[in-house]
Design a protein around this ligand. Structure first.
Ligand SMILES: [Zn+2]
Length: 103
């Protein structure tokens, strides 16, 4: 398991696997029970919190599970990432593993 420092994450763009841009990581929040949340500033200037469990990959971007995708259940793994080979659904425009653009 890779570990990350705050500097590896803060300031990066947060993108859903569907390709939707959520905003930029502003800070990292944690609680004493071990929960870690990314504080993300959206384009409208409002902060939202994304739990670490929703983060699927960190590279040049922070890639998170799409809110719609999680509600629909498991994605259909039709393709693989052309960079790291991770299984991904054809609809995912960003690799959930390495965070690279698939276009
Ligand atoms: Zn990948």
């Amino acid at each position: 398991m890779r570990s990350f420092k705050k500097e590896d994450v803060v300031g990066k763009t947060v993108i859903e696997t569907s390709g939707a841009v959520k905003g930029k990581v502003r800070d990292i929040v944690f609680d004493l029970s071990g929960g870690v949340t990314f504080l993300v500033q959206g384009a409208d200037g409002k902060d939202s919190q994304i739990p670490l469990s929703n983060v699927t990959g960190i590279s040049e971007h922070v890639v998170v599970k799409g809110e719609t995708a999680t509600e629909q259940g498991a994605p259909s793994y039709g393709t693989t990432c052309k960079f790291c080979g991770a299984a991904k659904s054809a609809e995912e425009r960003w690799c959930p593993s390495c965070g690279r653009s698939q276009t």
